[in-house]
Design a protein around this ligand. Structure first.
Ligand code: ACO
Length: 431
């Protein structure tokens, strides 16, 4: 037997085949089973990808047991404390932190592409005013491919670069416009004298009739939220972007698919669900009642913002945001905010409860992010949109990596359990 292989024996035939074990820089090794079907005539079955690595990647590493998250090797805590969102975008896209000249050029390019083609603003007006901003985002981001035809050749590195800039630069403008439209206020054009995050807040909250000001503490808190959400390896939305992009669909279409996948409450929609849950619980006295429901296997209620497919320890992003929530609420003179107190108490009680302890259910990134966003003045239905703004750079980086590796189209197989072959009968002959 060769070291670094795994031997699989088919007990029906006694045939044994060795498969190579490949090791990465960090984390568990993988068995390369690409030849598995050829060798055994069998597929592997792993719904939900619980044991399956779908690709190789150099971008993000998570150790869910230890609660570690690295972007290109850099710990998330260091980036959240010392870096800023454009620099993190550069890191994710290019693989290294920029030097001063690279940083200046990158920021200038991102800043110069914040405006939307004017026709795109007409596009928003086709939606009902009460449309969910995520519904608008799915449509408008996909529609970018109808406006920027000049950068759609996915095999051309320059086209890929231009599309990447367009998506990262324009996503805050689209997000803000979807919000402005839903509340009946005029669209606000970007102000390129402002930084990425401040400009986003400006487009969200300013109105033509009043001077816009915002506390740097709030800008920094949103910047941290964007940094912490920028990438998270092969999560559902990123895998969706890779799969859609693997057909050589253009990056705007692939990004729109990612936004759709992000929308659900088991993924990016959870921060919206956390606030709804906190409002529903209402007071510390009712925490016990809701924890009881969360533990009841017959009840579909789950503690939103708790648990994670990968983290079986405290999500490092949640720890940073818990601290940021303290800072934002103190800045606003709301240190005793009842919702925040409720969240802290919920976490405390859950962390002492055997059900949550044994299942390793800890607060995830969504648990405190909604409280911060609410305090900033961002409405609940925009939370997932903010997540999409942050994750755009992750999607784009992963899409570029997938194309550059030349992975080919992603095409999972299945275990078919439907009816066996049968013949069509005219309706009159059917029982
Ligand atoms: N509340 C109560 N029980 C839970 C929760 C929860 N939030 N999460 C998991 N459990 C329980 C399950 O019922 C299961 O119990 P059992 O072993 O008795 O059957 C056990 O913990 C394991 O749960 P799984 O569903 O196997 O965990 P999985 O990895 O599939 O799910 C998920 C992860 C979807 C995130 C889940 O924890 C959940 O639904 N959490 C709430 C929604 C949420 O916060 N999503 C945000 C995820 S982070 C992000 O997308 C940015």
């Amino acid at each position: 037997m060769v070291a670094n292989t795994l031997t699989i024996r088919d007990n029906r035939t006694g045939r044994e085949v060795e498969f190579p074990i490949e090791s990465g820089t960090e984390g568990p090794s993988v068995v390369d089973i690409a030849r598995f079907h050829k060798e055994f005539g069998l597929f592997t079955l792993d719904p939900g990808f619980r044991s399956t690595a779908s690709c190789q990647s150099k971008i993000t590493f998570i150790d869910g047991d230890a609660g570690i998250l690295l972007y290109r090797g850099y710990p998330i805590e260091q980036l959240a404390e010392k870096s800023n969102f454009p620099e993190v975008c550069y890191l994710l896209l290019e693989g290294e932190l920029p030097n001063q000249e690279q940083y200046t050029r990158f920021v200038r390019t991102v800043t110069n592409h914040t405006m939307l083609h004017e026709q795109i603003l007409n596009f928003f007006k086709g939606y009902r005013r009460d449309a969910h901003p995520m519904a608008i985002m799915v449509g408008v981001v996909g529609a970018l491919s109808a406006f920027y035809h000049d950068s759609l050749d996915v095999h051309n590195p320059r086209h890929r670069e231009i599309s990447a800039f367009r998506l990262i630069s324009k996503i805050p403008t689209i997000a803000a416009a979807s919000y402005k439209y839903s509340i009946g206020q005029p669209f606000v054009y970007p102000d390129n004298s402002k930084g990425y995050v401040e400009n986003f807040l400006y487009m969200l909250f300013s109105v033509p009739c009043a001077k816009f000001t915002i506390s740097p503490v709030l800008v920094r808190a949103l910047e941290q939220i964007l940094i912490l959400h920028a990438d998270h390896e092969q999560n559902a939305s990123t895998s969706t972007v890779r799969l859609a992009g693997s057909s050589q669909a253009n990056p705007f279409a692939a990004a729109s698919a990612g936004i759709s996948a992000l929308w659900g409450p088991a993924h990016g929609g959870a921060n919206e669900a956390v606030l709804a849950m906190l409002h529903e619980i209402g007071s510390v006295e009712r925490v016990g009642e809701y924890l009881k429901r969360a533990k009841d296997p017959k009840d579909t209620f789950r503690l939103m913002g708790f648990g994670h497919r990968v983290y079986k320890n405290y999500d490092p992003r949640a720890r940073i945001l818990k601290q940021a929530a303290h800072e934002v609420l103190a800045e606003l003179g709301r240190g005793d905010d009842p919702l925040f107190r409720l969240a802290l108490e919920l976490e405390r009680i859950a962390q002492e409860d055997d059900y949550f302890v044994t299942r390793k259910l800890y607060p995830n990134v969504d648990f405190y992010s909604g409280i911060i966003q609410s305090a900033i003045g961002i409405p609940i239905n925009m939370f997932t949109v903010i997540f999409a703004v942050a994750r755009m750079v992750g999607w784009v980086s992963q899409w570029k990596e997938m194309i550059e590796y030349g992975e080919g189209i992603g095409r999972p197989r299945q275990l078919y359990v439907g009816p066996a072959r049968r013949d069509y009968r005219p309706v009159a002959e059917r029982l």
